[in-house]
Design a protein around this ligand. Structure first.
Ligand code: C2E
Ligand code: MG
Ligand code: MG
Length: 705
């Protein structure tokens, strides 16, 4: 304890002898620092107390204007924070004890006061007052804390009777502190096991018995006084005295109903699709795995149906996502209605659904369900003011025939679905292992393609395009060639679609364009006849936001005259997003770059765009040219395209001319240009340069009058 010095002392004593005695005792002790103030009555004391701050009051209990406890109370009221030591006579010890109850720190009995004892008593009185104040603050802090935390707190004594409840505990139990204090804990806190409805053993006894913090078992409910049940979580800790013996317990508990509801909700949403409420991919995988185990035991089959909507993207793009979402919900409902209650309909994301048919007798049953689902989906969906028509394609895989685990079954059903799409819309298709071979093949192409550019496995070949009136070579189409290190040459018809799917078409297309322009410029520089170089552009390149920038950059870098470049685009590319198509084509036209419609006639054949867009040439697809020899009666398309081209002032180029007969027909119908094996196969650059020099022999290009 620190030796607290007494600087300001107030002695309240009407007896001058006693007062003098005290003063002398102080002097004797050499307490020169202490400033003594003397009051002869309470009212004088009160005046001093209101004017100065004292460290201590020594108070006689027999004052003329205040006696006994009344004196203590008045002094305390005048200076509640100043420690108080009372002076009594020998016969008044019981009064002194009461004074202590009223807040005095100590008492001195007149006639028995020794000098040393006096000072020690006064010092202790001050220390005790400081500690009391600190304890009060501490207690107050604990009280405020307990009432402001969100958890409920209850305390018990060692007998298990409640000694305290905070506000939250009052609310949760339905008992006020006054009502609860003194009653057994089990009465105030009625805790049941939610499942068994049995009373949970008093956790306080456990905590005290084990002398450590214990928790309630999971799934407990607190029964409020009015019978309402609240799910709770709690912990109970024993309280110890200085000797370390348990003297009671503190129980902290909280309402977990919100947390529990949230956990349930989260568990549900982790396994379900938010849009349709159907099980998601994860839950489906579990269900398929379970179904496999059951089917194995009962010697049954399991079917997995992979369903994808046809043209859903178009609906989403044209009518907006809210309508698309409603359509998916409507489809989800129909699929659920089609299945049995033991089936699982899940949504994989996007417009893909996977249906699990458990315990199937034979594959045919699955086919029946697939047909039923296709039909149900095809019925119009009335959404908002729209009556939407949509079809789907379904791929099926069967356990154990097509796979032994969930992942393989779903993957194979997916593969089969792609085949169903190729077969035509609104059809279903069982998985065949040959499909896998194709998928593997595709993947291996993709892997090698990734390295093909840096390993310089690509080359360009050039196929001449011939003017059918003059027989001159007017230009060439650049065609990519890939020599795979082990497979040898791979056809562009095989790898271009893969490159488009995996995005590699962008760097590859860029390489082709640059290479072709460089070559064309080199031929011009070496004095060869000037011609047009035609380069195929895939949809993905054309839609890339940096497409124009790329074309113009390459023209600038290679120094090729833009009028010598022709870009070949297919009809389907031109048809989509007319606005942006038009602006891109206009930008190309403004620089002099030409545009040809490739494979004309095989696409949409919506001809209005031919008038709208700045286009220079039409390339008649070789399948139509072939008809000239194979089905001479059906040449209307070829003649129609030629005459249409003429009326729209477009150059018409016939592709894939292989025979004299085809050539003669085209010339007779005044087709402008042609290309094909009849004139030349696509050639490597050196050979093409030679051909450019010599030209195609006139004998080959029979000029019809
Ligand atoms: P396409 O643009 O229609 O090219 C014409 C295709 O017909 C070429 O096939 C060409 O070799 C072939 N061909 C030319 N004359 C005849 C003939 O008389 N008879 C027959 N049966 N075929 C003939 P290729 O080179 O295999 O290219 C196939 C397709 O691959 C091209 O069709 C084009 O769509 C695409 N392609 C080729 N190179 C590129 C390229 O660099 N970029 C892009 N994006 N696609 C390319
Ligand atoms: Mg082409
Ligand atoms: Mg073509």
């Amino acid at each position: 304890m620190s030796k607290k010095s007494i600087k300001m002392l107030l002695i309240v004593e009407d007896n001058p002898g006693d007062a003098r005695l005290l003063r002398e005792m102080f002097k004797e002790q050499g307490s020169h620092n202490t400033e003594l103030t003397h009051a002869e009555c309470m009212s004088e004391a009160e005046r001093h107390l209101s004017e100065h701050t004292f460290d201590l009051i020594v108070l006689d209990l027999g004052l003329p204007d205040a006696q006994g406890l009344a004196a203590v109370r008045r002094a305390h009221a005048a200076a509640p924070h100043v420690p108080l030591v009372v002076l009594t006579g020998l016969d008044d010890e019981s009064l002194a004890a009461e004074a202590l109850q009223e807040g005095a720190q100590d008492y001195l009995i007149k006639g028995q006061i020794g000098t040393r004892g006096l000072l020690r008593s006064l010092r202790y009185a001050i220390e005790r007052k400081i500690m009391e104040e600190a304890l009060f603050v501490e207690k107050e802090r604990a009280q405020v804390t307990l009432n402001s935390i969100g958890d409920a707190v209850a305390c018990t004594d060692i007998a298990g009777n409640i000694t305290f409840l905070n506000l939250v505990a009052e609310k949760m139990t339905g008992s006020s502190r006054e009502e609860a204090v003194g009653r057994p804990m089990a009465e105030v806190l009625r805790i049941l096991d939610a499942a068994s409805r049995e009373t949970v053993p008093n956790p306080m006894e456990l905590a005290v018995g084990k002398n450590r913090t214990v928790h309630l078992p999971l799934n407990c409910v607190l029964v409020r006084r009015d019978g309402f049940e609240i799910p709770i979580e709690d912990c109970v800790s024993p309280i110890h005295n200085r000797e370390g013996e348990a003297t009671g317990a503190v129980i902290v508990f909280r309402d977990v109903s919100v947390a529990q509801a949230m956990a349930l909700q989260m568990a549900h949403s982790a396994q379900h699709d938010f849009l349709t409420g159907l099980p998601n991919r994860m839950l489906l995988n579990d269900r398929v795995s379970q179904a496999i185990v059951l089917a194995q035991r009962h010697m049954k089959k399991v079917a997995v149906l992979f369903l994808d909507l046809d043209g859903f993207k178009h609906i989403n793009d044209s009518l907006g996502h809210p309508i698309g979402d409603k359509l998916l919900q409507s489809i989800a409902k129909r699929l659920v209605d089609c299945g049995r209650s033991s089936d699982t309909v899940s949504r994989q994301g996007g417009d893909e659904f996977v249906v699990l048919l458990s315990e199937v007798e034979q594959s045919d049953d699955a086919a029946t369900t697939a047909r039923r689902m296709l039909q149900a989906i095809a019925e119009p969906h009335s959404i908002g003011q729209h009556d939407l028509h949509v079809t789907a394609s379904i791929g099926l895989s069967i356990y154990p025939d097509d796979g032994l685990d969930a992942e393989t079954l779903i993957k194979n059903a997916d593969t089969a679905m792609y085949q169903a799409k190729e077969n035509g819309h609104q059809s279903y298709q069982f998985f065949k292992s040959a499909m896998n071979v194709r998928a593997v093949e595709r993947q291996s192409i993709e892997e090698s393609l990734r390295r093909a550019l840096e390993r310089q496995e690509f080359a360009l070949h050039y196929q001449p395009i011939v003017n059918l009136r003059t027989g001159e070579i007017t230009g060439a189409e650049a065609l990519i060639r890939w020599t795979h290190p082990t497979r040898g040459p791979v056809s562009p018809a095989q790898f271009i679609p893969v490159a488009e799917d995996c995005g590699l078409i962008l760097p590859i297309g860029n390489w082709v364009l640059r290479e072709a322009c460089k070559q064309a410029r080199a031929w011009v520089d070496s004095g060869l006849p000037r011609g047009t170089i035609a380069v195929n552009i895939s949809a993905i390149e054309f839609r890339d936001e940096r497409f124009l920038e790329g074309v113009f950059g390459i023209l600038k870098d290679t120094g090729l005259d833009p009028r010598s470049l022709e870009l070949e685009l297919t009809e389907s590319v031109l048809m989509k997003r007319a606005e942006s198509t038009e602006s891109i084509l206009k930008a190309l036209r403004a620089r002099g770059v030409q545009v040809a419609v490739d494979d004309f006639g095989t696409g949409y054949s919506s001809l209005s765009y031919l008038r709208r867009f700045p286009i220079d040439a039409l390339k008649i697809d070789q399948s139509f040219v072939r008809q000239i020899t194979t089905a001479p009666d059906e040449t209307t398309i070829v003649t129609a395209v030629i005459s249409m081209g003429r009326s729209l002032k477009l150059r018409v180029v016939a592709e894939g001319v292989e025979t004299q007969q085809e050539l003669a027909f085209l010339q007779a119908h005044q087709c402008d240009e042609a290309q094909g094996y009849f004139f030349s196969r696509p050639l490597p650059p050196k050979q093409f340069a030679k051909l450019l020099k010599t030209g195609i022999p006139e004998a080959v290009v029979l000029i019809h009058p």
